[in-house]
Write a protein that binds this ligand. Structure first.
Ligand SMILES: *[C@@H]1O[C@H](CO)[C@@H](O)[C@H](O)[C@H]1NC(C)=O
Ligand SMILES: *[C@@H]1O[C@H](CO)[C@@H](O)[C@H](O)[C@H]1NC(C)=O
Length: 521
């Protein structure tokens, strides 16, 4: 009996030991960001952890999981964003026309303003002023550096999750080497190898962004911390204190780049095996003997925002095709809707892409859409608009499984030609299948990888042994400018000594010759 009790107690303790309290902060107003965050947090709760997620969305029904799952919904950020959109300060489609530098400046200027109200939310403040403790705080990197201070406040290690690959904001916080010679900035659409001009602009973009953040962004973020968190830390103390960075990237999706040991790729962790389709969709897809084109511009861009001339060009193109078209269209009616076009306000994208009759995905090239299309091996025609979409689209083109149609160049001719090219040429489909194979060829699934590393950071209390020493160096030491300066100095000194010695010797010889000559005359 005593033995049974002991065993029971050990089980209880070991169970308790493996269950952690985890705070997730995914407050970005973009639904795709929320999908990444909530999928990760649900998986952690399913594993038995007690999870709290601060976000702009929240679940309609609380998910049934092994551990507890608590939502804290912040409505202020979405409201702020809608205000800015209504005020004409943010227009998603206008973004397509921006060049890399203004786009970077726009993001840096707008994002802290949009994200600011998050920490001030009543429920978040309640949590901050409660005595709750967490074992780890997971914050999404989306120009919301102030939220990282929650990790200091709750005395927990900080994990940063990125919806993208190793970009500028991630590399700098963990000291990851990212030479601008071959790693393009997020807001560009450069691909490797870059031309001289691209490398020049890319380098300038790195420098300007760095200066811009130091001058304008960090002070704002610092103020947000001081305003919302009692005894909040200095931003500079939290910013470089991430124990782990999880990235939504993978060599099947992005170019391979170097990573320091606490940067882990978990690209595609949000994708789940296809679910059963609604009856009408299943029938539509099954019966399309000439194949289906799936068209969706994601969750932020509304297809209904297409200006009329572009919409007409799209409709005229579709009406000429023998394929069926499934279009995510957010309004009730589409004037001039062709017979082969089916509309729906909401579509189960992953399950649709899994259907063998889907021949082409016309997309804005958002990262989740790109990842899902690679998972299922469907070629794309990308119409990128903002953020990382141009880079994703370019990458699809370089990897041979897609083509790019710049938003400003949508006409009936260009649209028809690109669609025909992808449908006629089997190269695109084959390359998409190959990418899909690379995507799936991993030791363990990306979600298992993510959970393993999060638990690892909890086990090792922040895992400081993974942190590279680059983070403790001032920039002139990191770039070896002091060493370079020293070498130049030593070289100059040796050069001088050499020069003066030679000169002295020469003079002596000349003098001797002169005195000889004088004596002879
Ligand atoms: C930085 O992280 C370590 C490890 O999690 C933690 O002990 C320390 O308090 C953190 N510092 C700040 C300022 O958050
Ligand atoms: C693709 O095939 C269609 C029909 O088979 C044809 O009309 C069209 O010209 C072809 N387009 C290209 C770009 O090859």
């Amino acid at each position: 009996m005593k033995n049974i009790v002991t065993v029971f107690l050990i089980l209880l303790i070991s169970h308790h030991g493996s269950c952690a309290k985890i705070l997730g902060v995914f407050t970005s107003p973009g639904r795709s960001h929320y999908i990444l965050g909530s999928t990760l947090m649900k998986a952690l709760a399913e594993k038995g952890h007690d999870v709290t997620l601060i976000s702009s969305f929240g679940e309609k029904k609380p998910p049934k999981t092994k551990g507890t799952y608590r939502d804290i919904v912040v409505t202020e950020i979405m409201k702020k964003m809608n205000e800015l959109i209504a005020g004409g300060q943010v227009n998603m489609f206008e973004h397509a026309k921006m060049s890399p530098l203004p786009a970077a400046a726009f993001l840096a200027r707008m994002m802290p303003r949009i994200m600011e109200p998050g920490l001030g939310n009543k429920e978040v403040q309640k949590l901050i002023h409660s005595n709750e403790k967490f074992d780890v705080v997971i914050v999404e990197q989306f120009m919301n550096d102030a939220e990282k201070a929650l990790s200091t406040h709750f005395g927990a290690p900080l994990i940063v999750v990125s919806s993208m690959w190793a970009n500028y904001w991630l590399n700098k916080i963990v000291g990851n080497p990212a030479p601008p010679s071959y790693i393009p900035m997020v807001t560009t659409d450069y691909s490797v190898p870059m031309t001289f001009c691209e490398r020049l602009l890319n380098s300038l973009l790195y420098v300007v962004t760095e200066v811009f953040f130091n001058l304008f962004v960090y002070s704002v973020e610092n103020d947000i911390i001081k305003k919302n968190i009692p005894n909040g830390p200095e931003l500079s103390d939290v910013l470089y204190n991430a124990s782990l960075v999880l990235m939504n990237s993978h060599p099947s999706i992005h170019q391979p780049v170097p990573y320091v040991p606490n940067m882990i790729e978990v690209g595609g962790f949000h994708v789940s095996p296809p679910k059963k389709l609604p009856q009408d969709l299943q029938e539509f897809l099954d019966n399309a003997k000439d194949g289906v084109i799936y068209f969706s511009m994601g969750s932020n861009l509304k297809s209904a925002d297409f200006p009329p001339e572009k919409r007409d060009a799209i409709l005229r193109t579709f009406s000429k095709l023998k394929e069926q078209v499934l279009w995510k269209w957010e309004e009730d009616v589409l004037p001039g809707q062709p017979d082969n076009v089916k509309l729906s306000k909401w579509l189960p994208q992953q399950s649709i892409l899994a259907h063998p009759n889907v021949k082409l995905f016309i997309t804005h090239g958002g990262l989740l859409s790109t990842t899902e299309t690679i998972y299922h091996g469907v070629p794309i025609l990308a119409i990128p608009v903002f953020g990382d979409q141009k880079l994703n689209a370019k990458s699809a083109m370089n990897n041979g499984f897609g083509l790019v149609l710049p938003y400003n160049e949508i006409t009936e001719e260009s649209f028809t030609q690109l669609i025909q090219e992808i449908l006629n040429n089997s190269k695109y489909r084959n390359n998409a299948k190959k990418r899909s194979e690379i995507f799936h060829d991993r030791q363990v699934s990306p979600m298992e990888t993510a959970i393993y590393w999060i638990e690892y950071v909890i086990r090792y209390k922040g895992a400081p042994h993974l942190r590279v020493a680059a983070l403790d160096l001032p920039w002139y030491q990191y770039y070896l400018l002091d060493v370079l300066g020293f070498l130049i100095l030593v070289n100059s000194v040796i050069g001088c000594i050499f020069y003066y010695s030679i000169r002295a010797v020469c003079r002596k010889i000349c003098k001797k010759r002169k005195t000889k000559k004088l004596k002879q005359t």
